[in-house]
Each structure stands twice: as C-alpha cells, then as structure tokens.
Design a protein around this ligand. Sequence first.
Ligand SMILES: *Cc1c(COP(=O)(O)O)cnc(C)c1O
Length: 424
Amino acid sequence: MRPRSKALFKQAQLHIPGGVNSPVRAFKAVGGNPLFIKKAKGAYLTDEDEQQYIDMINSWGPMILGHAHPVVEKAVRDAIGNSLSFGAPTSREIEMAELICTMVDSIEMVRMVNSGTEATMSAVRLARGYTKKSKLIKFEGNYHGHGDSFLIAAGSGAATFGNPDSPGVTQGVANDTLTVKYNDLQAVEELVAANKNDVAAIILEPVVGNMGCVLPEKGFLEGLRSLCDKENIVLIFDEVMTGFRLSKAGAQGVFGISPDLSTFGKIIGGGMPVGAYGGKKEIMQHVSPSGKVYQAGTLSGNPIAMAAGLAMLHYLNDHAEVYEQLENTTKKITAGIQDILDQKKLNYTINQIGSMFSLFFTDRKVKNFDDAQICDMDAFSNYFQSMLNKGVYLAPSQYESLFVSAAIEEQEIQKILESVATSL
Ligand SMILES: *Cc1c(COP(=O)(O)O)cnc(C)c1O
C-alpha cells in the first residue's frame, strides 16, 4: 500500500532529519509512513501514489477555503511577473496592515513577519521591552511555535514526542517562563502574586488547538484581562491558529475580549509563509525603527506572500457567510460522530467551536492538558489509520485540532461519517 510514499520517506530520511521538515508530519505518534503529497484541489489531497483523501488538516489551518482556491491562486499569478522580492516597501504592505486593523478591533498597528514562531517571539520581546519586566506566563499544552521561551510544557509536536522541555533550551531561559494549567484562573492569580512586578506578559491560545481543541471556560479570558490590567501585564492572544478562522476577528471577536497584543500566522498568508504581530499603538510604537525593541526580516512583507494573504483576507472579509457555512458543516460532522458514538456506546469526548474540533479518546471532559493526556492513544492510532485507509486525512496526533475547510460539502460529510462509523 502506498509504495511510492514509502520509498520517498526512506529516501527523505537520508538527508532530512527524520525525513520531514516539521516533526508532526512524520506520523511517529500513529505509526506507518507519512503520505507524500503531489497536489490538492478543493477538499481533496492527492498523494504520490495517486490516491485521494478528504483533507481535514488543510495545511494545519491556512487552507480555510480549500486547496488552490481560484481567488488566491490568481492573486499569486498576477504578482509573480513583477519579481519575487525587493527588500523595500510596497503598497501591498499598507493594504495588508489596514485590512488587518479593519478586521480585528484590538489591532491599531501591525508588523508582518514570516511565520507564527517569529510573531510570538517578537511579541514577547516587545512585551518585555515595553514593561521592562522579564517573566512570561504560558499555559501547559499551549503551543506558540518553537522559540526557546515557549518550549516549556508545549503542546502539539513537542507533546506528541514526550519531550516538552527540548534539549538546547537553557536553564536561564526556562527560568523566565512560568507555566500554569489552562482554565485555572486562580492558579494564574497566585503565580502573578508570587512573582509580583516581574511578569511582563501572559500568552495563551484563546481557544487551544495544540492539545486538541480545548475551549476557554466561562470567565477565564475575562479574568485574565482584568488581572493583566491590574498588574500592568501585557496580555497576548496567540491567534496563529484561531485568527481569521473562528471569525473575521478570530477568537477575540467570538469572546469579545481585547488583548494588548495578538499574533497571527497560517490563514493570514493564504498558504504562503507569513506571520504578523500587532495591537495597541502605544505598545507597537516601541518596535524598531520607531522604537528601540529590535525586530527585522529580509523577506518580511514579501510581495507574493502579501498577494496571497490579501486575497485570502479580502475574501473572508467580504464573505461573512463563509463562517456560518463552516460552522454548519462542522456541526453536521460532530453531530454525526456523536450519533455513532451513542450507537456504539462509546463515551468519547468531542470539543468543537466554529470550524475546529477534536474527538478525544477519553470519557473525561477535556479542559486542560492533563485531561488531554488521559486519552487512549492506541485507540486513536487505530482510528487514524483506519480513516486514512478509507480516504480521510486526519491530523496524525491526538494533540491536534482538525480544521474544516469551506470546500467540504454534503458529499464529503457523508463520506467522512461513513468512514467514522466503520473506524470506531
Ligand atoms: C502553528 C502555531 C504557531 C507556530 O506557527 P509557525 O508558522 O508554525 O511557526 C504558533 N502558535 C500557534 C497557536 C500555532 O498554532
């Protein structure tokens, strides 16, 4: 089965660590070989063995409109003829900044970077430079990219491989990162009190995607907001995953809480490598060259990447109905899975919001990383392999959310549910 992917994976391992350029792609948590993808269109991936799969990952979020969307494709084609990069300002960057500020209320100024990792690293440096404090609070199981400060109790790939504290991260860096359980406001308040006047920033995924999909409980985000106001701490929402996905204004738009800084990635590049961080003008003005906090990038605001991102964001901004459609599709899928679970008398937990959801192989309510870790990983792996063999491409880890795209229609929903019914 899939002989070509198998051969390519063997070849890849000779000159690429683990055969992949990002760990979770390797299928280590679920066994077997990763698929090598040749092309994709709409809801479907085609692998090197010419087999087709309904895509439930969508490049880990960016392909919210499905693959090779004509609007995004055309924007990129139109931009390419004018050279790929200048390293000088372009008008598209202004259009991008203005559009982001229009879509997300809390953003008054924004800086473009090249990945989500760069965005979060830069936002934390800015928070430290602005507050002149050094400590950072993050939540167990939240992933903020691979910056040193964040690889402490990180979710996602780091959790999948059981080394949340990566070798190579110094004790000095680790000492400045304080971790606490998600959805435990009291624990955060105690941590802040124990580190009085030392905490520069609290960073979190306002809806978590990187320990599977986990929602903030009522009052949690509100509580963090007022704590940060009281203690002069910069509240950073890492919306790399949720930004432009849960609504035009991301999770902050859904929950009505304004962070001081936000980070973006994934959808904002329309499939190209893009990230951004932004927020209050008062804070953002401290970024170089208007301020002293240094941050730069040779390819930042790259014309082709901006063309793709702008096409994507304009489309989402002009088609509010997409979010309704995505939510309806996702709810049909999760309601269908729930029916199957009921029939089979399985008490597994489904968490869902907008077009993000996870099926957790546990009967416990999943509201933090401890709960997610209780899951039956063998059962998950069997389910994953069975779904793959039936032509549905899920995230190869229990610690990942699934992402529904607008290209998934009735026919795909039925196919997904038939596959679930015979895989659980
Ligand atoms: C994916 C992700 C990142 C990292 O973004 P990269 O582009 O992979 O560097 C950061 N934070 C969150 C919440 C993410 O989901």
